[in-house]
Structure formats: structure tokens, C-alpha cells
Design a protein around this ligand. Sequence first.
Ligand code: GLN
Length: 491
Amino acid sequence: MNKLHEMTIHQARTLLEKKEISSEDLTRSVLAQIDRVNPGLNAYITVSGDDAMAQARQADQAISRGETAPLTGIPLAIKDLICTKGVRTTCGSKILENFIPPYDAAVIKKLRQAGAVVVGKLNMDEFAMGSSTEHSAFGPTRNPWDPTRIPGGSSGGSAVAVAADMCLGALGSDTGGSIRQPAAHCGVVGLKPTYGRVSRFGLVAFASSLDQIGPLAKNVTDCALLLNAVAGYDPADSTSVPRSVPDYAGFSSSDLKDLTIGIPREYQSTGGMDPDVSRAMTEAVRKIEDLGASVVSVSLPHTAYAVAAYYVIAPSEASSNLARYDGVKYGRRDTDAETLIDMYRQTRAKGFGPEVQRRIIIGTYALSAGYYDAYYGKASQVRTLITDDFRKAFERCDVIASPVTPTPAWKIGEMADDPLSMYLSDIFTLSANLAGVPGLSVPCGFSRDGLPIGLQLMGPHFAEDTLLKVAYNFEQATDFHTKKPNLKDIS
Ligand code: GLN
């Protein structure tokens, strides 16, 4: 039998229900694993050990009374931009270093209702801006497969905590790839739901027309169980959609004969694609074909404009959303300033890191009078074209398959002085956010250096169930998800 913290949610749930293990033992085992490997990986910003043990005891009591919910007693961890009542929520930023939310985000309420134990808060790029978790005010997170490499970002802490068994599952957020890309680099499953599927009430806003919360998990079944718990309408989020939630874990081993998988032509001609990623992709598509699906070539003609459109829209919305951090209502305030204007200036100059400042400057420029039409307005038109590309492609196929990233995880520091290269590495993930469609990353191979590679599956709005079905059957037919990073030398 696996060590307790190595279990999947699905395995642990079965044993908890049969009372063969207790949530206290499980949570203790997770906390011990955090003590062992977190110093070397830096996935957690805050560990709430005592609180987690108290929740675990309550879960055990509920189980002994026969009152179980879908995640009763399961230790989970949360990206540090989702508000947790009484537990500080930093957003990876100095400006929110001491911010303790007075309320739980909607997804946290839902996880608590489902019985989950919240173990702590996970590292991330400051305000979720980045693809490497190097832009955290709390230091970079390291990839457990090779600690000299980035884990991806911005939900790097979430992916690493799952990959290194420091929690059984996690929540992240995805504005342009921040769930799928770290999931791919760390060899776990990550899902960005359709825009509007999961409430963002209590999520610190980055780019409001793109942000979604979603799960990162050890396998597809766990990913579906987490989505079951957090999906659904919430009147407190005006963008959440009143639509019933199916049982996302209702898939079974079946052939994929009724499905057509589309391979976007434009994604194959992308420059800078690593040969190991191409090879893993080709093999993954062949495997899906073996499972019965038909494969067709589709076109997403405006793909080349996705990076440019996203990197105007996201910073513009960020510049507006981040205006609230002025030292008055939230978090850090500079106390040396002599005038009010100086206080605003110094608070923001000292509180925000360089990448966040860069985005605020770009976004403020793009939204300013005289430039709006040329930048935000134009980018929004391109966004409509990209959305239309997907609509047309989904007339010909049920699911689009592509790489998640053009290369495996790069070395920490490698792109530190080259923000543009880092932006370009988001080429395969940004479009799903611009179009609002769901996207999933499932492990599909390893590079020659032993680094995980992810397969991305994208579907029409609200087709999460189809993505999970394809991913589950792919997972059953492969063994990538059973491989674990070697953590022996990490401490
Ligand atoms: N890498 C992208 C960015 O830096 C996406 C981040 C995200 O999805 N939060 O904006």
C-alpha cells in the first residue's frame, strides 16, 4: 500500500469511508511530507498545521457518525490568491504580505461543505503574472523532477505540492495557462474550466475577463472529484453561469469511437517547438486514435495573434484591478511618506515586484485616452476572431489536442531578463482563456532529461465532461501518471 500522503483522493476516500485509515493520520502524514520536502521546493507560503489537524479530527468524527460528504477528511491546499477566512492570503506579493481575509472564497466554502481539510496556501507568481513562479515575493518554487528548473506558473506551488505529495489535490487559477502549464511541467493533471463554470467570488482578481479557478490533481479521477466540489452557479459572481453540474467523475473505461479529435495545423508550425514535445504529441495522438477516436486536421487561423492580444488585454485589466492596492484599504502601507500622494506612490513602488509594475505600466498605457482603440479595442476584436476560430473548429471535432507548452521546464533564471520569451512560451494555452473554453493538461510523456510533458485537450464551452472522458481513457492506456519524481535528495 502507498504511504498515506502518496494516495490519490479516490484511494484515500475509499479507505476513510471503510474506516481503515483516519483523516488525522492522513493529514499528519501530509504535514510530515511538507516538513521533509517543502524546504527544498518552496511550494507553500503558509502551512496551517494546527488548523488542519483540527479539521481532520472533525472529519473523523463526522465519518464515525456516518455523515460523509464527497471530500470528507481529504487534505487539500490552495493557491495563495483564493481568500481563506483567518488565514493570510498574500497573492505572492509583499503588498498583501499581511492580508488576512475576513471571509472564505466561494470555492473554499464549497470545499469545506464537501468535508475537505485545508492544509495551507501555495506559492505563485505575484498576482498570478508569470509562467515560472520565479516572480513570487516569497522566493521561487522548484520543480521536484529537477530542482534546478522552474515548475511552471503561475500556479507553480499548486503543481509542486500535488506532484511531491504535499497535499492530495490543490486549487489553482488560470488566466492564460496558469493551471495547465505548471501541471504539464510537474507531471500532474490540471483543468481550466469554462469561463463561468466556477465562482470567482473571493479570488484576487488579475484579468477579470479571463480568470478561472480550477483543480490540479494526481490523476484524472481526482481532478473530476475536485471539479464536482467547486463547480456551479454563484449569485455572488455575476459571470458565473446558472447551469447544472453533471457528475464529472461519471466516466468509465470505454472506447472513444464516438469522438473526433482535431489537431490544429497552426500549432504544428510554431517555432521553437522542442523535438521531445513533438514526439510525445505524435505518440499521444496515435494512442487516442488506437482508443477509437477519429483524428482530423483543423484550423485555428488567428493563433499567431493570441500572445499579442492576451498581453494587451491581461495587463489592461490588471492595471485597473490593481488600482485598489493603494495602502488605504488593503495590506501594506508605506509609513515614511510625508504626503498622501507620496504614500500611494511609495506603497506601490515598494509593494509590487518588477513584473507586476511592468504589467501595470503596459496596461495603463494601453487603456489611456487616444490609445484605447489601437490597443485594448483592437485586442478585443482579435479575441472575437480567436473565439470564432474555436467555434468553427468545434463544428468539425469534439476535442482539440495540442501540446501545453512548446518545451519542457526551463532552468530557473534562464528567462529572468527576457520577459518576451516567457510570454511567447504561453502560445498554446492563452487562446482557451481568450475564447473562454475549457482546457485540460494530462501527462503524456517525458523528455530525454526525464522532465514531464503534458497533452492539452480543449473542448467547446461546458464540455469539461468530454475532456475528462478522453483524458481518463488516455490515462488508463498509459502509465505516465504512475511515475513519481525522486525526492530522496530534496530537503
Ligand atoms: N503566463 C501568463 C501570464 O503571465 C498566464 C498567467 C495566468 O494564467 N495567471 O499572464
